[in-house]
Design a protein around this ligand. Structure first.
Ligand code: PMP
Length: 395
């Protein structure tokens, strides 16, 4: 039977960029001890207090259909949080609760792109971005940010790519680079969105993980409130990846239509998960700080390890749970290096090429194993890169 073009071309026909990850997983299944610095998954689990709230809600009966737009108390909590953090007036009708940030990204593109419209996104990018845009039958068009700019995108290059585009997807703090977009970058991006009449889809799922500088939500910039859809999630901020709880925040009209979309797709998020989410968001900053602390610590450890060598270059590690390392001094591609490292030392990292063209010659290191294991793996990685660079220099 014929399947739709939209679904069969979701991944664009190429590799999905997870080959090294899959090989590492296969090795683990075969009993090999692999240090996996690949996925954006915490090495701690959801806090027991959140689980207690989830359990209590389920036992109190929140196991039936929930309110499709989201439970009113959680929508209010999210609205208050966003208003607090940005100063932008935000109410319940600006919020749709979704099964995670990924569903929010899909919903946001559904709301903004017709079939054949161009959906812009910045390369390097989180692996699902192009497929999400293709999933609404739009054309996924990457715009490269440059290593020499510390991966801050250039507004002029977004402007030059904007013909036929209806949306621009950005992500700060950024996966995979760990870069936090500067005010200048965001003002430039906002300027292009206003000039080119683009929706800005702002993926802010790492907004509680900032190590340097400050997170600025572009929805707070002048005249952006009516053209910005913010994507948020409890996955990263509260170590709730498996609970699938996120949101879209945007203009009331857009949210009203997105509620219709939710009625016809997800039909809401489990009530006990939403109750746990509401508890988590109201627990106060200590909980978010506790979840973010290991990454803050390991980033500092990594900076120490990296200072002792001069082959690998660290992209400014300003936020999120990843480090991006420039490995071009080894003469290898990110992919070749990642495979060689996995074979030689059983350490798995993601090749930069998995995240687009702009991160070629880089690797992404997830800071998601315990401090001692992380430091040891990074030292081994540095020595390995050093040996390759030395051999190359001697040739
Ligand atoms: N955006 C980015 C940049 C991500 O890295 C992720 C998950 N790795 C998501 C969105 C989706 O997260 P979730 O669906 O778990 O909320």
């Amino acid at each position: 039977m014929k399947l739709s073009h939209r679904i069969t071309n979701l991944t664009g026909g190429g590799s999905d960029g997870w080959d090294v990850f899959n090989k590492a997983r296969a090795m683990v299944r075969a009993g090999v001890a692999v240090t996996e610095l690949t996925q954006g998954e915490h090495d701690i689990r959801t806090h027991p207090a959140i689980l207690d709230a989830m359990d209590a809600a389920a036992r109190a009966g929140k196991t039936g259909y929930s309110s499709v737009p989201g439970e009113p108390d959680l929508r209010d909590t999210v609205a208050a949080r966003i208003q607090d953090r940005t100063g932008v007036p935000t109410g319940r009708d600006n919020v749709l609760i979704t099964p995670g940030g990924q569903a929010a990204l899909f919903a946001a593109h559904n709301a903004t792109c017709d079939p054949g419209d161009v959906g812009l996104f910045i390369d390097p990018y989180y692996a699902t971005y192009p497929g999400t845009i293709r999933g609404v039958a739009a054309i996924a068009k990457p715009i490269q940010a440059h290593a020499e700019d510390g991966f801050q995108p250039r507004a002029a290059e977004i402007d030059a790519a904007a013909d036929g585009a209806t949306s621009l997807l950005i992500n700060t703090p950024n996966n995979p680079t760990g870069v936090v977009y500067s005010r200048d970058t965001l003002e430039g991006i906002a300027g292009v969105c206003r000039k080119r009449d683009l929706w800005l889809i702002s993926d802010e799922v790492y907004d509680t993980q900032v190590w340097e500088g400050a997170h600025l939500s572009p929805r707070a910039l002048p005249d952006m409130i009516e053209r910005t859809l913010v994507v948020g999630s409890l996955s990263k901020s509260h170590a709730m990846t498996g609970s699938r709880c996120g949101w879209v925040v945007g203009p009331e009209e857009a949210i009203a239509h997105l509620i219709n979309l939710a009625t016809h797709t997800t039909y809401g998020v489990p009530g006990f998960v939403q109750a746990a989410g509401n508890f988590a968001l109201n627990a106060g900053p200590w909980l978010e700080d506790e979840v973010a602390a290991p990454f803050r610590r390991r980033r500092a450890l990594a900076q120490e390890v990296l200072q002792a060598q001069n082959v690998l270059r660290l992209v400014p590690a300003q936020g999120a749970m990843y480090l991006m390392l420039d490995i071009r001094a080894t003469g290898m591609s990110g992919e070749a290096f990642a495979y060689a490292l996995l074979d030689a030392h059983h350490i798995a990292v993601m090749p930069g090429e998995s995240f687009g063209k702009a991160a070629a010659g880089h690797i992404r290191v997830a800071m998601t194993v315990d401090d001692a294991g992380f430091t040891a793996a990074l030292k081994t990685l540095c020595d390995f890169a050093g040996q390759i660079a030395n051999t190359r220099a001697a040739e």
